[in-house]
Write a protein that binds this ligand. Structure first.
Ligand code: S3P
Length: 435
């Protein structure tokens, strides 16, 4: 249990400088997972030293995988091969990480031993039926608590069969759980999605030498192959960069440069949304690193106008809505968000947490079942509760830069799940954040 941390964020001068953003959370989870069950030794560079991704590494260590940390953000993973994981002697604790739990469910469904996946208070409230249903259809033995909630109990020794599955929710976690179970299944696993989601599992399986065919909206693989160790370079996490992107846009006179940020198109919907609102965001030196598009992103203060966020951008910016709420609160006019009901089952109900918090800062926000209507204007100081949601806490820290008096933010310790060092980096570039 981490100690409770509260922050106060106040208005400051322009934000200036270069900000180093830590490694991508989604890619870091997957790199450790695939390296652990590959043949040979893989090096992961740029690994996110966050609580979520460290929990995933610790889980594989519990199952007998040797993982060295020669320096911060680097892991050397001694893969044990497809059948080399050892039965854990205790429950496997995913902490706050939905990605950890759902992807692990896919990997563990095909093992010969029993396992139990547990999580913290927030993760224990998140829906797991979305992975249980397809995994059971593949032959997995997997049970949850009433209502499909964690802990997940996974029975070993199940014979998995490939599946043709159309995911009813746009979710990279569901897709990935099914594909990872498909590694241990007989025959073909054919996954279709309503709307394409981040394709890191597909790309990384391919980089580790597993035969897979994929295109936006569909992925197919066949069981019975092996993964071959490979080195992974993790780009900076766009979702962490997003707080600085919006902060620089909103604080007059600001200019920030964010280096080597991952720009996978399934992640960067926020850039498109902000550009629609009038933002000045420039990409420099676009290149490929570790098979992913990256660029240095330069952001300058821009006056934003409210807009209707196009529904087809929603899955491409699913983690960025808390900070978009803040951008909308400071824009001229009305911003509407719709078809984003998934936000209600993230680390918190992000529609409710952001609407409640912004209302306490004097912003007019109306919640709808699948989104919100936000009327831009000015922000006043006050007290808000992040409810332990890392992205809501960082979003309120940005809101504090714009308010006419300090904003007190409760329950910020979980920022360490995805962005250790946010507090220091924010203050280095001009935030006035105190704890
Ligand atoms: C993730 C997928 C998304 C995202 C989460 C990370 C992943 O979740 O919100 O932060 O790494 O696959 P869903 O699959 O629930 O949309």
């Amino acid at each position: 249990m981490t100690d409770r941390v509260d922050w106060t964020s106040s208005a400051s001068g322009p934000l200036r400088g270069d900000v180093v953003i830590p490694g991508d959370k989604s890619i870091s989870h997957r790199a450790v997972m695939l390296a652990a069950i590959a043949d040979g030794v893989s090096q992961v560079d740029g690994f996110l030293e966050g609580e979520d991704t460290r929990a995933t590494a610790a889980i594989f260590a519990q199952m007998g995988v040797r993982i060295e940390t020669p320096s911060a953000s680097r892991r050397i993973v001694h893969g044990v091969g497809m059948d080399g994981l050892q039965p854990p002697t205790a429950a496997l604790d995913c902490g706050n990480a939905g990605t950890g739990m759902r992807l692990l469910a896919g990997i563990l469904a095909g093992q010969r031993f029993d396992s139990i996946l547990v999580g913290d208070e927030s993760l224990s409230r998140r829906p797991m039926r979305r992975v249980i249903d397809p995994l059971r259809a593949m032959g997995a033995r997997i049970d949850a608590e009433t209502g499909g909630l964690p802990p997940l109990r996974i029975g070993g020794g199940a014979a998995l069969r490939g599946i043709a599955y159309s995911a009813p929710v746009a979710s990279a976690q569901v897709k990935s759980a099914v594909l990872l179970a498909g590694l241990h299944a007989d025959g073909e696993t054919d996954l279709r999605e309503l709307h394409p989601t981040r394709d890191y599992t597909e790309r990384m399986l391919s980089a580790f030498g597993w035969p897979i065919r994929f295109e936006p909206g569909r992925a197919r693989l066949w069981g019975g192959h092996r993964l071959h160790a490979t080195d992974v370079v993790v780009p900076a996490d766009f979702s962490s960069a997003a707080f600085f992107i919006v902060a620089a846009i909103l604080v007059p006179g600001s200019r920030l440069l964010l280096r080597a940020v991952g720009l996978n198109p399934r992640r960067t919907g926020l850039v498109n949304a902000l550009r629609l609102m009038g933002a000045d965001i420039r990409e420099h030196d676009r290149r490929e690193e570790g098979g992913e598009a990256v660029a240095d992103i330069e952001v300058r203060y821009s006056r934003l106008r409210g807009t209707a966020i196009p529904a087809d951008l929603v899955p491409d910016m699913i983690d960025e809505f808390p900070i978009l709420f803040v951008a909308a609160a400071a824009a001229d006019g009305i911003t509407t968000i719709s078809q984003a009901a998934e936000l209600r089952v993230k680390e918190s109900d992000r529609i409710a947490v952001m609407a409640t918090g912004l209302r306490s800062l004097g912003v007019r926000v109306e919640e709808t079942p699948d989104g919100a209507v936000i009327i831009g204007g000015s922000l006043r100081g006050g007290s808000v509760d992040s409810t332990g949601d890392h992205r809501c806490a960082m979003s309120f820290a940005v809101a504090g830069l714009l308010a006419d008096a300090p904003v007190r933010i409760a329950d910020c310790a979980n920022v360490a799940t995805s962005f250790p060092g946010f507090f220091e980096r924010a203050n280095e570039c001009g935030f006035a954040l105190e704890s």
